[in-house]
Design a protein around this ligand. Sequence first.
Ligand SMILES: CCCCC/C=C\[C@@H](/C=C\CCCCCCCC(=O)O)OO
Ligand SMILES: [Fe+2]
Length: 752
Amino acid sequence: MSRNLAESIPLVNRLFALLESYWQQQLDPALPTPPAEIKAIVPTQQSILKHLSEREYLKQLAPKSVKDASLLSFDPGVFDNELLKLKLYSTVDPKDPSHAKEPEGDIVEGTYMGTQIALTQAYAKIEQTFSALFDVLGIEPTLPRYIQLEEQKKLYNYSAYPKNADGTPAQYPPHLQTIPPEHSYTPFGIFNAIGLIETQVILKKITPTEDGLVGKTKEWLLEKARAAAFGGDPEKGIKIQDVVDYNKYHRKFGTDISNGGNIGLLDDWYSDRRFADQQFTGVNPTTITKASPAWIADFTKAAKDGGYNKWLDFFAKVDKSSLFVQDGSYFRKAFGISNPEQVLHHKQPGSDDNWCVGAVTLFQLHDDGKLHPIAICIDHKGSMEKSTTIFNIRMTPYDSTAGEKEDWPWRYAKTASQVTDWMRHELAVHLTLSHLVEESIIVAINRTIPMDHPLYRLLLPHWYKTLSLNAAARASLVPQVVADIVGVTPDQAYSFIRDAYDTYDFVGSYVPNDLNRRGFPNTQEGLSHTRYKNYPYAKNMLALWHVLRNYVNSMLRISFPTDESIANDKYIQDFVKEVKTAGFMPSFPELKTLDALVDAVTMCIHIASPYHSAVNYLQNFYQVFVVSKPPCLCKEPPTTIGQLRQFNESDLVASLPINRQRQWLLAAQLPWLLSFKVDDERSLLNYAASQWNVYRYKKGANELKVKEASQKLYEDLQGLQRVFFHNSTGMDKGSIPYMVLDPGLTAVSILI
Ligand SMILES: CCCCC/C=C\[C@@H](/C=C\CCCCCCCC(=O)O)OO
Ligand SMILES: [Fe+2]
């Protein structure tokens, strides 16, 4: 049976009301008050998981009032959410949105924006209903049915690594060979349907031939593309200010935590201050590291060779411990290139020439917390002598900003540094060290640990959607998007991803260890110094680490009271072996004590939740304004300081994808699609709330311990919301707020 949209919506609303009233009935006012914001229940009881058929599972969880209704018979015509979303999409008013401005004040009905927003809200509500319903029906369950370990092992297989069966190098780090049905979500189940359709149209090189839906989309996309790219060329006088003005009035509507804002809206987006701030609160706040004596010596020599005498004096006097670097000098090696002087260049068939650089950027962190860029080696070719290094005219953050806007050589160098960070952030930090490392652990656990094991149960909620999403990244994102917009060949990009995986230090990446190895204090007391007032990422992450670790400790103690119980647990020991060998992660620790186990499990949650959220959900804010952080350079980089010193605005414009429709759209569209704010019910805070709620009725001794641990987790996370607000407002005046790690905004898993 098929139904049209008009028939489906009342039905969906009815279901939604039934579900809602059911959960309301479940709340017993005599018991401790549950957190008001509960939106979903995470059923973690083993009794539900184990040995239940879908139908029995349904009976246990389905709303009482629905049980008798005929609604429970599954009707694909009604419940095909892909179809429904497509139908919703087709109702979008195809009026040209490319000139639409961000609505001021209330949403105006009848406008494109009004329609889009109202539609998105309606869609969100329906999707929520459907995901709850699908969960209950066991069609797209968030929890898999119980499967014996032997069966699990057959379902979860690692891909071959480092070589494929035919001897060719594997493209990606060890990952899941084929996704088991329980973890399989279509792209429509992962992404916002409208955003995904737009992305797919752009991927088709904006030349769809289909009539109807795509045809209508094509019209306004083409217009948008023409406007975004200005249709002109740099020589004909395009100015950066044109792009700035365009950005003001042609933004996509807000779906992220910054409500559609982006860095390009700030008058000083290009300034030293905003450039420096991004190292601490941008989309990649994870790699800035204290400068080694070797780097300080190299930059001192570069100052001498370049005739930067003031900077030479500076190095003679400066407190060396105040110097930090962002180091892209390893790029060529990671790309698999043995010649350190090889130009990093890529031309995708049918596309334009792109260049990449491995820049090294030196900063000084002042005692009042201001970070200041000192010098940039725009592309490290094995040594400073063979590379081009430029020093900032502004020696301190307090120097006049009057000439900043027109300092084109320095602005170009900052752009080169941003290109380096785009690559390192997206391909190493985000895709590999978050998405793919977590996947490898998921595969190893599924191959070695039964579903009713405490470790499996504790980690399962943090795997929601990850496997399907990563499969989409491998099949589509890297070959179809990344390949087109970066300045290295696809093979070099794959090598870069494998390098990030192969050099990963699991234990070294525990939050306190990571801060320590990068030269930052790893206690709140140490971080409370004014020097770190603008680095809330460090403070928030450390606080989250301890809160999560306390929770994991309380949970694991219930089943593993002694170190021996861990050392003797065959499953845990098998898992360690599996992840180290088949998962090719030798830095994974031995787990023989409770402390070691608690650390490693905390790390698995940290990667899936706060770490991924930090590097994912600010993509739109910092990248949608492509000129601020482009994925590649569009003109060959200068090879001497003499050339660089001659750079003017048109050189910078020619180096940016301003004149490239497709690259621009892809580079802006993906960050937008991937920054969709997490649904409330998938936040870390709501996870804690729902877990607490499930256990608050339980009477068994161990269940009470789970209830207490969950309640404490919830209360601690709520406390952190206040602390993080304080950390954000404690930054220098005018700083971009840093709230991405608020537990109500942090996703419980890698789900986008
Ligand atoms: C612009 C580069 C962004 C790199 C992001 C890294 C990780 C990413 C992982 C998965 C995203 C998959 C996107 C697939 C798009 C599919 C389009 C289609 O199906 O046709 O994380 O957020
Ligand atoms: Fe992501």
